[in-house]
Design a binder for this molecule. Structure first.
Ligand code: M6R
Length: 620
């Protein structure tokens, strides 16, 4: 979604803005722009496409921005109006300039009023209209902060804005009314605001996550906070970030996605250490925290999520039901919130979201809170909206994920769900509890086994298969049991980054329709590791083979009968033999991630920033 940066201080503002926007590029965008003070006048440079286009405009006239120490910048992900220069932010209305992230739902109503008063918006965006509201309030005598505050009273919808005015050079006013905004004091004087913390950590680790309905007013003197509702000044706590700049760089990998695939062992170790009390020697020693108490009270669990996080939830359901015998239902957040769901007493709702900002997932958590249903979050971002609004949080500790396609955050989510399953098994006295100590011993080894797998022959075979199948007209990913949601995730990755049509299917469902599509032009990727479902999956594979599809098989290295059915064979390393079948998703997933990555790089797509996608989907 759109990215915002605002800065005022002693540094060259345009440099701070561009560097900040670069760090927000991963969110996905289709146009960009900056506005800065040249003396007391505001100037804007904006362009369609990549940030480089804005830099070209800036470089063609260095003298115009070299002295600027105050400005705002934006990367736009189009919602209202095409991705053109005209619709790009910042938007200027008279002496007011603004950037906006989110949606103004009543924009048509506001537009009618504005046009009736004789104003003429230049863009098709909802965002520009806010500038007219601020202009009118300032013309009535309000200062910039108060004008922004009063203008918000007319706006419906979740958004954040950052505004400047030529009448108050050196003041940057930001509002968080839904979409996130983070602020920090610059140790050299002044302050910086942004849509997430990544642009800030270059300057400081001490940041303030604005609360819903907060205004931040930045000037050379620092940073102050006010209530959007009452206008009263507020005190806000500072949080210390533990992310390092080093972790944000590509460290020699061609893409962030590839680096993040290889970071999965570390992400799992860090997640484990973040959640377990490692001083204890009992299995699944979840450290004392509010989330554990909530889990203890659950008679049923409902998990809501979107996209990849929803796939993690599906695997979580299989695990929690298998290990702990607690009933689990899983819902797409975007569906759940608009039907009439029945949530029984004793249900605990878990929202899973790597970003912690996904609009639909947040909306469900809010609905549940209104109904006094206990809520838990699983997220990777400390201070995210989800982490603050849910009753309790289990963090994944995957570190920043820059590639738009989720990789390490997915396996870290899986790790959390498996830890919760094992914990609940013991806590509930489930029949499986006798197996738990041995299972836990295997689970703590998963990061090491995964590291081995990433350097194994499986990856060489994956690259080879990908290179030979890049022209396939379509893909099915099939599996049963735990491998079914892994197959869904494999298909999503291929669609996202390689733009090839792919579907994930429960292997047993193929014959109920989709098999009609199978012919020589199609590829079927079959996940058939040594588990309870292997034989059934292999018999489904025979049906596919008979119809001429190319087959990529992933299974145990010793499974020669499966290997003989496949055109491309990806053997799981022998170290995985004897592993409990619950752990196999951790080894199948990176193979599918790499498979999509290879196809995408051969096709030459923008792997880290695939078209039309955003890292954190803050609109519904
Ligand atoms: O931040 P979230 O986990 O809530 O995001 C949900 C989806 O938007 C996300 O998983 C999306 O499907 C990714 N691009 C997957 O790679």
């Amino acid at each position: 979604m759109c990215g915002i940066v605002g800065y005022v201080g002693t540094r060259p503002a345009v440099d701070v803005l561009i560097r900040g926007l670069r760090r927000l590029e991963y969110r996905g965008y289709d146009s960009a722009g900056v506005a800065f003070f040249r003396g007391s006048r505001l100037e804007i440079r904006k362009a369609e496409g990549k940030l480089e286009n804005v830099e070209k405009l800036l470089n063609s006239n260095l003298s115009s921005h070299g002295e600027a120490t105050c400005g705002i910048g934006h990367t736009r992900w189009a919602t209202h109006g095409k991705p053109t220069t005209q619709n790009a932010h910042p938007h200027q209305t008279g002496h007011v300039v603004l950037v906006h992230n989110g949606i103004i739902e009543n924009y048509q109503e506001i537009k009618r009023e504005i046009v009736a008063k004789g104003f003429h918006p230049k863009s098709e965006t909802d965002s520009e209209l806010f500038g007219f509201l601020v202009l009118q309030e300032m013309d009535r005598g309000a200062n910039l902060t108060e004008a922004v505050r009063r203008s918000f009273a007319h706006v419906q919808g979740a958004c954040s804005v950052v505004v400047m005015s030529e009448r108050e050079p050196g003041v940057v006013v930001g509002v968080r009314n839904g979409s996130p905004l983070v602020a920090a004091r610059d140790p050299l004087g002044g302050a910086i605001l942004a849509s997430d913390a990544q642009p800030l950590i270059e300057y400081t680790r001490e940041v303030i996550f604005l609360e819903q309905g907060d205004m931040a007013v930045a000037s050379r003197d620092g940073l102050r906070f006010f209530s959007l509702e009452s206008g009263r000044e507020l005190q806000r706590e500072t949080a210390t970030l533990d992310w390092s700049l080093e972790k944000l760089d590509k460290q020699g990998f061609a893409h962030y996605m590839l680096k993040e695939i290889h970071e999965q062992p570390t992400a799992l170790v860090d997640t484990l250490n973040g959640l377990l009390d490692r001083v204890r020697t009992d299995p699944f020693p979840l450290a004392e925290q509010p989330g554990v108490k909530l889990l203890d009270s659950a008679r049923e669990i409902l998990i809501v999520a979107c996209g990849t996080s929803w796939h993690a939830a599906q695997i979580g359901k299989y695990w929690i039901e298998r290990w702990a015998r607690v009933p689990v239902s899983v819902d797409l957040a975007s569906e759940f919130r608009y039907r009439s769901p029945v949530v029984g007493p004793g249900t605990v709702v878990i929202g899973i979201s790597q970003s912690g900002e996904t609009a639909d997932t947040l909306a469900v958590i809010r609905q549940m809170k209104e109904q006094r249903i206990p809520t838990l979050a699983v997220t990777n971002v400390r201070g995210s909206t989800l982490s603050r609004e849910a009753d309790a949080v289990f963090y994944t500790s995957a570190g920043p994920e820059i590639g738009v396609a989720a990789t390490k955050t997915f396996t870290a989510q899986l790790f959390v769900l498996l830890l919760l399953s094992g914990y609940l098994s013991l806590r509930r006295g489930a029949d499986s509890r006798a197996e738990i100590p041995a299972f836990f011993e295997q689970l703590v080894k998963v990061p090491h086994i995964l590291a081995d797998c990433l350097g194994s022959e499986a990856m060489t075979a994956t690259r080879k298969a990908a290179a030979e199948l890049v022209t396939s007209k379509g893909f099915f990913f099939i599996g049963r049991g735990y491998s079914f949601p892994v197959a869904l995730e494999g298909a999503l990755k291929l669609k996202e980054i390689a733009y090839i049509h792919a579907e994930g299917y429960a292997a047993g469902e193929l014959k109920h329709g989709p098999i009609a599509m199978i012919d020589e032009g199609m590829t079927v990727v079959v996940l058939a590791p040594q588990d309870a479902w292997r034989d059934k999956t292999v018999s489904n594979l025979e049906e596919v083979k008979a119809r001429g599809a190319r087959i990529v098989g992933i299974g145990a290295a010793s499974d020669s009968s499966l290997a003989s059915l496949c055109h491309h064979w990806i053997p799981l390393p022998s170290i995985t033999q004897g592993l409990d079948e619950s752990l196999l998703p951790f080894l199948l997933t990176p193979i599918l991630q790499l498979f999509s990555y290879e196809i995408a790089t051969i096709k030459g797509t923008d792997v880290d920033k695939p078209r039309n996608l955003a890292k954190s989907v803050t609109v519904e």
